[in-house]
Ligand binder design. Structure first.
Ligand SMILES: CC(C)(COP(=O)(O)OP(=O)(O)OC[C@H]1O[C@@H](n2cnc3c(N)ncnc32)[C@H](O)[C@@H]1OP(=O)(O)O)[C@@H](O)C(=O)NCCC(=O)NCCS
Length: 287
């Protein structure tokens, strides 16, 4: 195990893309589309995000070498008193005994944190590691499909975010998940449009990625959260994806139902020292 360096990031991306393709192939159900390797645009985003994490959270990022070849990687971040696992992967063919010391190294970065969050794949090896590290696992759902536009309600009060909103978004994150995102709002804004509600009594944000898919959402109350999710879905262009819906966020299932989306389970939200946040749809890596 050794700390990740900037020159490791591209190899780390390839390890994670290979490992996740293997998980998708193993989880494929009859009728599912054939899983594909992470496309080039997403690989580049992964690389940009990981370089940024290395700058802010170097001690949370590690790689594992075997016979001079890098075969495993882990990245994690600390925001105030929250520790977040961003990515954890070992190259298929090298899995078995490497994940444990890698995760232990990343967990050193969680010292002093009151809370922890991670988004787990359905890989039983990952599940075993997270339970052993003291995380509670909550099933996640993903909603997909084409949006029934006729069902879209009024979206009054939803507007584009401006840099002046950052402080309010951070206090909202503290209220909903116990820690501000800080710099991560800028990372999210590079990959999606930020829409916000900042009424006197309620506030919230949603990051909308390619084609109307939801990257992250937080709100003071379920009504505002539902309004923001509808605003994201209104951007839909073809198939959309709303991932990372936990049982604590039934409001999102109701929106998905009204919008004509289909629901299935996929992976787990892992939490330590906290409950699954609500109203909240977490980001897969920045949680
Ligand atoms: C998750 C991952 C990083 C772990 O690396 P690894 O080298 O396989 O991890 P380890 O061998 O140290 O730990 C895996 C544990 O699962 C156990 N395990 C292996 N196969 C299993 C199975 N089919 N069912 C249940 N447990 C299993 C192992 O015995 C080990 O537990 P132990 O240490 O208590 O004996 C790696 O498997 C991987 O890259 N998976 C695909 C990508 C992924 O899902 N990453 C996590 C995303 S959040």
């Amino acid at each position: 195990m050794r700390p990740m360096r900037p020159e490791d990031v591209e190899v780390a991306e390839q390890i994670s893309a290979e490992a996740f393709l293997q998980v998708d192939l193993a989880a494929r159900r009859v009728g599912d589309r054939a899983p594909e390797r992470r496309p080039a645009t997403r690989s580049q985003r992964w690389i940009d995000r990981t370089r940024s994490l290395l700058d802010t959270d170097g001690p949370g990022c590690w790689v594992a070498d075997v016979d001079g070849r890098t075969v495993g990687m882990v990245t994690s971040l600390r925001r105030e008193t929250l520790w977040v696992l961003a990515t954890f992967a070992v190259l298929p063919g090298h899995q078995g005994g490497i994940g444990r010391p890698l995760l232990d190294a990343a967990l050193l970065h969680s010292r002093g944190c009151l809370r922890g969050m991670l988004s787990s794949s359905s890989d039983p090896r990952a599940v075993r590691r997270y339970l052993a590290a003291g995380f509670d696992l909550h099933p996640q759902m993903v909603m997909t499909g084409r949006v029934d536009r006729a069902a879209t309600p009024s979206l009054r009060g939803v507007r584009e975010a401006t840099p002046g909103d950052l402080d309010e978004l951070d206090s909202l994150d503290r209220r909903v998940r116990g820690a501000g995102r800080g710099h991560d709002h800028l990372l999210l804004a590079r990959t999606g449009r930020a829409l916000v509600v900042t009424d006197r009594a309620s506030s919230g944000y949603v990051y909308v990625g390619d084609g109307g898919s939801v990257l992250a959402l937080a709100a003071t109350d379920r009504r505002t959260a539902a309004r923001l999710l509808w605003a994201a879905l209104a951007e839909a262009d073809g198939e959309v994806e709303v991932p990372h819906v936990t049982g604590a966020n039934q409001w999102a299932l109701r929106v998905g139902l009204d919008a004509g989306l289909t629901v299935r389970t996929e992976g787990y939200l892992g939490v330590r020292g906290m409950k699954p946040p609500a109203p909240y749809l977490h980001h897969g890596a920045l949680l």
